[in-house]
Design a protein around this ligand. Structure first.
Ligand code: 5GP
Length: 122
C-alpha cells in the first residue's frame, strides 16, 4: 500500500496554525480538538502531528514515540471530558470508510447514549 499525504488538507492547516481550533489537549506528537460539527455532546478529534493519512498508515509507519504520544493524548481526552459512562472511538479510512479529511484522526464521541454502531449485514 502506497500512502500519499496531501499537506493542503484541513487538519494540516490546523497543525500549521492557519485555521483556528478549540484545543482540548496537545503534546509533542498529537493534538486533540473539538469537532466543528459535533455528533454528540462530546466529539473530539485526536490527530498525530506527523503526516499520516489514515490509521493503517500511522500504525505501520509512525515511530514508537509518535504512537505512544498519540495514545497518551487519547487518554488525556478521555479523562478530561465527561465520558465516564462510555464513548465510541472511530477512525474512518479512505472511500469505503467515508473518510473526508485525509489526515489520520480518531473521533472520540460520547456524553450521551449512542445508537448501535452499524446495522447488521443482509
Ligand atoms: P472524517 O469523515 O474524515 O472521519 O471526519 C472529518 C471530521 O472533521 C468531521 O467530523 C468534520 O466535522 C470535522 N471537520 C472538518 N473540518 C473541520 C475544521 O475545520 N475544524 C474542525 N474542528 N473539525 C473539522
Amino acid at each position: 500500500m502506497q500512502y500519499e499525504y496531501d499537506d493542503q488538507n484541513i487538519f494540516a492547516k490546523i497543525l500549521r496554525g492557519e485555521i483556528p481550533n478549540q484545543t482540548v489537549f496537545e503534546n509533542e506528537h498529537a493534538l486533540a480538538f473539538d469537532d466543528i460539527n459535533p455528533q454528540a455532546p462530546v466529539h473530539v478529534l485526536v490527530i498525530p502531528k506527523g503526516p499520516y493519512v489514515s490509521l493503517d498508515h500511522f500504525a505501520r509507519d509512525a515511530t514508537d514515540e509518535e504512537q505512544l504520544g498519540f495514545m497518551r493524548a487519547v487518554a488525556e481526552v478521555c479523562s478530561s471530558k465527561s465520558i465516564e459512562d462510555g464513548f465510541r472511538a472511530i477512525s474512518n479510512a479512505r472511500t469505503h470508510g467515508v473518510q473526508d479529511v485525509p489526515h489520520y484522526h480518531l473521533h472520540i464521541i460520547g456524553g450521551a447514549q449512542l445508537g448501535r454502531m452499524l446495522p447488521p449485514v443482509g
